[in-house]
Design a protein around this ligand. Structure first.
Ligand code: UT7
Length: 336
């Protein structure tokens, strides 16, 4: 990838936001037949945050996370050229990124949504990087945000225990090639298995049968958990290895493994398959559950706040989920 690069891309700052309202496993066990013991041992999740309140949407969380990232980067919103909102739960099917643009006052930014479920943030980094490395834009705000609580069937114990709401944002800026921190990526899609994980549109009404006009609505999250689990544990290590090989980086050189926070057992299994010590895993899903496109930037922001990540650390980031889509980005962290 380096040979096509005109300049580098560097993550300047991160920010995140979660709703105040939390829902723990005991509370969930009062609405579906489950237990703290089952959820903890099968997923590692103890609690999650849920967006409540009238008219609150993914935009509110995205705006909060964005403002924090912009403040840390000491950038005025007007300096942002592009906003990418990775989300699968917009409050407007035409897209929610422009609402974020308006609310934060990023008057010079183009804004669009990117829909790739739990792989959305990884695809977002890759997309943003293209605009920076080919010199088109200088400052990009990338947000991963989801409020899947609004798309959950709260009587389905196989899914309602998993998800939480959150947003994470990064400001990513063009820089010299020597300072480039997005080293390479590997992306994959296999639509043959799209039915394993979906929020499907379902046709319902035909108000004018003579004209063949149909109306419908979106259903709830459906997941074949077992199959998605097998897919993640088999494909994610391969994706990471392909990316590392293309960069000539050895597994031993990895400082941090930052995977989409779907299930603690998946994080451990992927690390084990790659012979990565479990103390290199970044994980916070015990507190937030699976926050879809937000999970990676939320965990990255927390790890940075805890002072875990140092200059030049190699962070392997991998996302996986509906589509099916999956992908890896290798980042060399550059402290500002
Ligand atoms: O973000 C996108 C990517 N998502 C993922 O990567 C998720 C991948 N999948 C998973 O993490 C796991 O498959 C789950 C956590 C969703 C489920 O764990 P599992 O170990 O695969 O459980 P299972 O679906 O095989 O179910 C085992 C048993 C079943 O009962 P029987 O048939 O053995 O009697 C389920 O009915 O557990 C039952 N079960 C539950 N029991 C108590 C399913 N959900 C629950 C529950 N509480 N919440």
């Amino acid at each position: 990838m380096k040979s096509f690069m005109l300049q580098g891309a560097k993550i300047l700052a991160t920010g995140s936001a979660v709703p105040d309202s939390s829902l723990n496993n005991y509370q969930i066990s009062r609405i579906v037949k489950t237990s703290d013991e089952w959820i903890s041992t099968r997923t590692g999740i103890k609690e999650r945050r849920i967006l409540t309140g009238d008219n609150k949407s993914v935009v509110d969380l995205a705006v909060l996370a964005s403002r924090k990232a912009l403040n840390k980067a000491s950038l005025h919103p007007s300096e942002i050229n592009l906003i990418i909102l990775a989300t699968s739960s917009p409050n407007d099917l035409f897209g929610s990124a422009s609402r974020v643009q308006s609310k934060i006052g990023a008057i010079n930014a183009v804004a669009f949504d990117l829909t790739a479920a739990c792989s959305g943030f990884v695809l977002g980094i890759v997309t943003a990087t293209q605009f920076l490395q080919n010199c088109k834009y200088r400052n990009i705000l990338l947000i991963g945000a989801d409020v899947l609580s609004k798309w959950i069937d709260w009587s389905d114990r196989s899914t309602c225990i998993l998800f939480g709401d959150a947003a994470g944002a990064i400001v990513i800026q063009s820089c010299s090639i020597e300072d480039n921190s997005v080293l390479d990526f590997q992306l994959d899609t296999d639509g043959d298995y799209a039915n394993y994980l979906s929020i499907l549109y379902q046709q319902e009404l035909n108000p004018h049968p003579e004209l063949n006009l149909y109306q419908g609505s979106f259903k709830y999250v459906y997941m074949n958990g077992k199959e998605v689990y097998k897919f993640a544990v088999s494909q994610v290590p391969l994706s990471i290895l392909k990316c590392l090989n293309s960069l000539n980086i050895k597994v031993n050189d990895i400082d941090w493994l930052l995977l989409h926070q779907a299930n603690e057992r998946i994080l451990m299994a992927v690390a084990e398959k790659l012979s990565i010590n479990s103390n290199k895993i970044i994980a916070n899903l015990n507190k937030y559950g699976n926050t879809s496109a937000a999970s990676i930037p939320l965990a990255l922001d927390e790890a940075l706040q805890q002072g875990k990540i140092s200059n030049n650390d190699i962070i392997v980031i991998a996302g996986f989920g509906a589509g099916l889509t999956w992908g890896t980005v290798v980042v060399q962290w550059k402290s500002s």
